[in-house]
Design a protein around this ligand. Structure first.
Ligand code: FES
Length: 83
């Protein structure tokens, strides 16, 4: 069975822009995703520096793709599309 890896950036920029709330994902993950999503906290994903003024934290990496301006709703919607 395919497992999706979700890395929540806990670097300073992302943390102050809301990634601290994204850590709740593990607690509210719908049961239909049970065992299919691996959520981990991660140091700076590097996006805040490479995007410059266009930076839109918080960032979440879902497998190989970067999601900017991440919210719980956006992450869940993204996971739904991938499964
Ligand atoms: S702090 Fe999140 S990408 Fe740098």
């Amino acid at each position: 069975m395919k497992t999706i890896e979700v890395k929540i950036c806990l670097g300073t920029s992302c943390y102050i822009m809301g990634s601290s709330y994204l850590q709740e994902l593990a607690d509210i993950m719908p049961s239909k995703f049970s065992g299919r999503v691996n959520i981990i906290g991660h140091n700076c994903l590097g996006q805040c520096m490479s995007q410059g003024e266009k930076s839109n934290p918080p960032y979440v990496q879902i497998d190989d793709e970067i999601l900017d301006g991440a919210t719980i709703e956006k992450v869940l919607e993204y996971i739904e599309k991938k499964l």
